[in-house]
Write a protein that binds this ligand. Structure first.
Ligand SMILES: NC(=O)c1ccc[n+]([C@@H]2O[C@H](COP(=O)([O-])OP(=O)(O)OC[C@H]3O[C@@H](n4cnc5c(N)ncnc54)[C@H](O)[C@@H]3O)[C@@H](O)[C@H]2O)c1
Length: 371
């Protein structure tokens, strides 16, 4: 019998609605040991709340998130609110004694992330941070190739996330484009955790960074915009005590031709692999033989948690979001086994150390060592 889990969502915007969709078709996961339901939603915006009227499992809609924290029916809370509210709400959730799946970037800045991590340690609650793209089958294959030790000496790592909608000067300003609500780290807070998740899980932790940060349009309909829009982070990493390896992490809101492209590439002397969501069913694998060869592998629906979906079909964002939640619940129950897990609080903190160093690098135009 699958265990029922009631989830409360704080912040019923773009991501809150995606969670409703994932739980609404949870039956696609084969032999799931959990049965999550969206039980409650808190949002300050009436219209955002109204949308959840159509979700039959939802018993509580409120404009006060304390109602979710006070409900004894709720086991897990998912928080998806603007970054300036992360710290207060995450710590309130922990104090209420509930487990937490928290949205990235896990606090508005490094200090905030440090305080959240301290609160997690003293609460003893199970907490993970959201990042879905590594759950694409192609991303998992790159991770396995890089981890296998079978590609010789790793020469280069490149990962990124490219958006292009900010190229349009008529796109309205919103909280993600203002430092006071998004954070001074701007696009790094918006897209960076997605980019760092797989490299960090492989142990590729930057020991220094040189950053090139760019801003977009200072004014948009609806207000001023002051965040960094594009970030190129050039880092050195150490792998197994060999020569330092360059790792380039790219986060862009102004990438010509890109809608929502997440990618990762790890190249070694004997082999390598590359995956991009632009080709969601394609894994590129490099091998060095007598001739240099890139092999294109046509992947199917080989997700970490098996589903009813035919193996020949291709996955998309709603599928990997559900996979991430399956990993969250499995790890919460100590049942993750060999599966890939969600971002840990420590990894979220590492990402903030990197982004804080990147801001410093930009200011000084220097390479910054990361402690
Ligand atoms: N994992 C992903 O792929 C992904 C994608 C987009 C955004 N995000 C993250 O999700 C979070 C939210 O982003 P979004 O795009 O859903 O934003 P959004 O603006 O669409 O939604 C945020 C919602 O939070 C509500 N809110 C604000 N203050 C509140 C409060 N005190 N109590 C209750 N509700 C409150 C707003 O009314 C709004 O409906 C951010 O941390 C963002 O970085 C993650």
């Amino acid at each position: 019998m699958a265990k029922n889990i009631n989830v409360g969502v704080i912040g019923g915007g773009l991501m809150g609605r995606e969670v409703a969709s994932a739980f609404g078709r949870w039956f696609v996961i084969n032999d799931s040991k959990v049965n999550p339901s969206l039980y409650a939603v808190a949002d300050l915006n009436k219209k955002a709340l109204q949308w959840f009227d159509s979700v039959p499992t939802c018993k509580l809609l409120t404009d006060n998130y304390q109602d979710i924290l006070n409900s004894s029916e709720i086991d897990v809370v998912y928080v998806a609110v603007p970054h300036n509210m992360h710290e207060q709400i995450y710590i309130d959730v922990l104090n209420s004694g509930k487990d937490l799946l928290a949205e990235k970037p896990f606090g508005i800045d490094l200090g905030s992330a440090e305080r959240i991590v301290e609160a997690i340690k003293s609460s003893g609650k199970f907490v993970r941070c959201s990042s879905e793209f590594p759950f694409f089958p192609g991303a998992q294959r790159v991770y396995q190739v890089a981890k296998s030790g079978g590609i010789g000496r790793i020469l280069e790592v490149r990962a990124g996330f490219h958006h292009g909608s900010d190229l349009d000067p008529d796109k309205a300003a919103n909280w993600k484009r203002q430092s006071k609500t998004c954070g001074e780290i701007g696009v790094m807070g918006d897209l960076g955790m997605h980019v760092c998740h797989v490299p960090f899980r492989l142990g590729f932790e930057p020991r220094s960074v040189y950053a090139q940060l760019q801003k977009g349009y200072p004014e948009r309909p609806g207000g001023a915009c002051d965040t960094w829009d594009n970030a190129m982070l050039h880092a050195w990493i150490d792998i197994d005590g060999a020569e330092p390896v360059p790792m380039r992490l790219e986060m862009k809101r102004m990438a010509p031709g890109e809608t929502d492209t997440w990618f990762i590439e790890v190249l070694g002397t004997d082999g390598g692999a590359r995956f991009s969501t632009k080709e969601p069913r394609t894994l590129w694998q490099f091998s060095r033989g007598k001739e240099q060869e890139w092999r294109r592998v046509d992947l199917g629906f080989d997700t970490p948690f098996k589903t009813i979906t035919g193996g020949i079909f291709e996955p998309g964002f709603p599928d990997v979001l559900m996979q991430m939640w399956a990993a969250f619940f499995a790890e919460r129950d100590g049942d993750l086994n060999e599966c890939f897990g969600c971002v840990t609080p420590h990894e979220a903190l590492l990402s903030h150390r990197l982004f804080a160093a990147a801001i410093q690098s930009q200011q000084l135009n220097q390479v910054i060592e990361i402690n």
